[in-house]
Every structure is written in structure tokens, then in C-alpha cells.
Design a protein around this ligand. Structure first.
Ligand code: NAD
Length: 419
């Protein structure tokens, strides 16, 4: 497995970004106190009988950062590096993200500290079901709605939905999104994050008078978000010259054959060894001269020690929190145009919202309808963030946070404090 330096704590980054936007908004202290910190934090112990008969305990979390604008919403991550602080950071970003795209949700996130790559399907299913039962008092279609994140997928969501429904005594598809289509999932959900990333890149190119045709693209992280964004950019005529996953990085200066790379990754589980490519190192990938760099792996990948080497015109944050505040300042000084995570990757939660609406109505929409609605939401949010960026002459990240935090602050003001 590739090791990448991941300095800093994602939750510190989330708080620092909050303060910068709250300062720019001129938010008073009382409002900050009310909206900055998670509303609820749950840590649970998840015992699982492993295939060899012994019992292993996993530490797991569910955090509801905000329910001011609606039910908490956010994915569940299975990864060895999951910590409570990481989950708190991801839940915080979900709150601002849902508000940026103006959907009626708060923010939440869950995680299990585990290594899913070294677990069987049976072990994963037992762990998922026991975790679901442990967080059951918090989740529900009107309370808190999980979805997939790193190393969880539609099968994981099906297990959660089934466990929840069995406990309640009837089938409740709306408790999770990102479900298989046959269980009330939405067309277009699987590719929604990558499609939203693509929509915001199109908007950024329009703003910067750049054309996607022939643009050089580098993608770090070739999972759900990264590979779909790469595919759509490839389809639009861009040249995807390098991609990486946790096993390696591949490079071809003339452009990789993205559909074949996706096919190989699906078959073999890795990108390294792809024909018609040469291997490069992770730090070389980030330093490639390109038009668009898409970090689509994990947090803190671009930091103070490597941001200076980035030679991209646009950085499109498909991942959550891939650029640290110190790296933000370096990229800003180099004139890089940033599409911040809470805007760039909001397509996933937007189509999750569409899925939940369809489940609640028991009425399902066509794929093209979903793509059109998604594009409208993404491009409207991009325009609104860009306007703040230009009018206030502030970085795109601060502008996006101002839009999201401002909407949450407004909701809290209107609701007032109970009791
Ligand atoms: P995924 O599990 O499908 O893919 C993650 C990819 O990152 C894998 O290809 C993995 O090999 C790669 N990776 C891991 N460590 C790496 C490293 N050190 N260097 C290079 N690659 C590495 O996960 P995903 O759903 O695509 O999520 C990726 C990011 O996008 C996360 O930050 C996630 O929170 C964010 N995100 C995902 C969604 C979604 O709907 N899937 C929505 C919003 C944001």
C-alpha cells in the first residue's frame, strides 16, 4: 500500500476553515457557538465473529454535526485511519456542503476503524449489521440518513437498510441512500459525485476561458469519485495523463485509455501495471504540469510540503479535505483556481437527496431527468460561490464556506433556541 504523508488533523482544518468564513461573514460569537460544533457524537463498540471463529472488536462512530436545516446526512467510511476527529470533520463539512447546494439537510458522518481490504464479505456484512444496530437510535429517514463513502458501497447500504427495516418491522428504504436500484436506489446515484465534479470543472473552465478539449488532467484516487470524473473528462475530450490509487500511479503523456483503466481496476482492483503507461511516484503525480488536478482520495494529501510543486491551473477537490489550510495559501499565491470540496463533490449528496425524495414519494425519475436536475443544482451553486469570490475578493474556499455557513446561521436564527 502506498504511504502518503498526512500531516495535521482534519477536524482542526474544519474548525480553521469555519473561523475564516465566520470572520468574513462577521458572524457574532453566539451564532458561532451554536453552529460550529457537532450536535451529537456517538462512539460504539462493534464485536464481530471473524471467519476463523475468534471475536474482534471494532471502534466505530456516528456524528450528527447539524440538524438545523433538516435530517443529518452523510456517508459511512470503513478505513484503518478512521478516527473520531476525522468523522467530526467530515460531518462538519457535510453541513456546509448540503447548505451550499441548498438541499434540506444538516450534516452527519459515520465511520468504522477497520481494514475492509483484509475482511471477507461475511465479516463485512456482520460488522455492518452490528454497527447499524449500535447506531440505530440515531438514524432514520427523518433523523439521519447514511450513504456510502470510502470503502463502502451500495451493498453496504442494502445491509444497513435491511437491518434497520428488520428491527422496525417493515421496509424503510429512505433510511439510507446509495442503495442498489432494485431496493429503491436512484438512477445516477453511483456516478453522481463524479458527475458533479465534472459539472463544476465545466463551470470553472467557462469562467477561466479554458476549453476541456485537450486539457491535461491528473486524478489522485481512482475510486467512485475519481474514476467517474476521469471518465466524463475523457468523454469531453480531455487527456487524462495520470491517475493513482492506493497501489500505485500510472502515467501516459498522450493520455490514458480511461474506459480500459476502469475495466482493469474493476477486474484486478488496482491501476498499477496498466498497459501503455509508465509507473510514477505519488509525489511526481502531484507535481505533473496539467490543466486540472483532481484529488479524489483522502484528506490532507496536498499540504505545506508538497503544494509548492503543484503545477495545475485548476484544483478540483473531489475528495473531502484533500488540501490543508497551509497548502491553500500556497496554491492561492501560485494563482491556482480551487473548486472547494463542499462545492465540487456535492453531486453525491445532491442525488442522494433525489433518491430520498423518490423513496418518500414511491415515484422514480428517469436518468436524464436526474442528470439535468443535478447539473442545474451544481451550476447554480458554482455561480453563487463564484459571485462571493469575485464580489468580496476572497478565496473560493472561504466563499463556499460563507455561502453554506451563512445559510445554516440563518436557519438557526429563524428557529431560535429550544427551550
Ligand atoms: P472509493 O473507496 O471508491 O475510492 C477511494 C480511492 O482512493 C481508491 O481508489 C483508493 O485506492 C484511493 N486511495 C486511497 N489511498 C490513496 C493514496 N494514498 N493515494 C492515492 N489513492 C489512494 O471512495 P470514494 O467514494 O471515491 O471517495 C473518495 C473521496 O471522495 C473521499 O474523500 C470521499 O469522502 C469523497 N467523496 C465521495 C463521495 C461519494 O459519493 N462516493 C461523495 C463526496 C465525497
Amino acid at each position: 500500500m502506498l504511504t502518503t504523508t498526512m500531516p495535521g488533523n482534519a477536524y482542526d482544518v474544519a474548525l480553521e476553515n469555519f473561523d475564516a468564513a465566520a470572520d468574513a461573514l462577521g458572524l457574532e460569537k453566539d451564532t458561532r457557538e451554536m453552529i460550529k460544533y457537532p450536535e451529537r457524537v456517538l462512539t460504539v463498540s462493534v464485536p464481530v465473529r471473524m471467519d476463523d471463529g475468534h471475536i474482534r472488536r471494532f471502534e466505530a462512530y456516528r456524528v450528527q454535526h447539524s440538524t438545523a436545516r433538516g435530517p443529518a446526512k452523510g456517508g459511512i467510511r470503513f478505513h484503518p485511519q478512521v478516527t473520531l476527529d476525522e468523522v467530526k470533520a467530515l460531518a462538519t463539512w457535510m453541513t456546509w456542503k448540503c447548505a451550499v447546494v441548498n438541499i434540506p439537510y444538516g450534516g452527519g458522518k459515520g465511520g468504522v476503524t477497520c481494514d475492509p481490504k483484509h475482511m471477507s464479505q461475511g465479516e463485512l456484512e456482520r460488522m455492518t449489521r452490528r454497527y447499524t444496530s449500535a447506531i440505530l437510535p440515531l438514524i432514520g429517514p427523518q433523523q439521519d440518513i447514511p450513504a456510502p463513502d470510502v470503502y463502502t458501497n451500495s451493498q453496504t447500504m442494502a445491509w444497513i437498510m435491511d437491518t434497520y427495516s428488520m428491527t422496525k418491522g417493515y421496509t424503510i428504504p429512505g433510511v439510507v441512500t446509495g442503495k442498489p436500484i432494485g431496493l429503491g436506489g436512484s438512477l445516477g446515484r453511483n456516478e453522481a459525485t463524479g458527475r458533479g465534479v465534472f459539472n463544476t470543472i465545466e463551470s470553472a473552465c467557462e469562467h477561466l476561458h479554458m476549453t476541456l478539449k485537450g486539457a491535461k488532467v491528473v486524478v489522485q484516487g481512482f475510486g467512485n469519485a475519481g474514476s467517474i470524473a476521469a471518465q466524463l473528462l475523457h468523454d469531453a475530450g480531455a487527456r487524462v495523463i495520470a491517475v493513482s490509487d492506493s497501489t500505485g500511479c500510472v502515467y501516459n503523456r498522450d493520455g490514458l485509455n480511461v474506459p480500459e483503466l476502469i475495466h482493469m481496476k474493476a477486474l484486478c482492483g488496482h491501476v498499477d501495471g496498466f498497459p501503455e503507461s509508465e509507473p510514477i511516484l505519488p509525489h511526481e503525480l502531484l507535481a505533473l504540469e496539467c490543466d486540472i488536478l483532481v484529488p479524489a482520495a483522502l484528506e490532507n494529501m496536498i499540504h505545506a510540503d508538497n503544494a509548492g510543486a503543484v503545477r495545475a491551473r485548476i484544483v478540483a477537490e473531489a475528495a473531502n479535505g484533500p488540501v490543508t489550510p497551509a497548502a491553500d495559501r500556497i496554491l492561492e499565491s501560485k494563482g491556482v483556481f480551487l473548486i472547494p470540496d463542499i462545492l465540487c463533490n456535492a453531486g453525491g449528496v445532491t442525488v442522494s437527496y433525489f433518491e430520498w425524495v423518490q423513496d418518500e414519494q414511491h415515484l422514480f425519475w428517469e436518468a436524464q431527468d436526474i442528470y439535468n436536475r443535478l447539473e442545474r443544482v451544481m451550476k447554480t451553486a458554482f455561480r453563487e460561490v463564484l459571485k462571493i469570490h469575485i464580489d468580496r475578493n476572497l478565496p473560493m474556499r472561504i466563499a463556499a464556506n460563507m455561502l453554506g455557513i451563512g445559510r445554516v446561521a440563518e436557519a438557526v436564527h429563524i428557529r431560535g433556541i429550544y427551550p
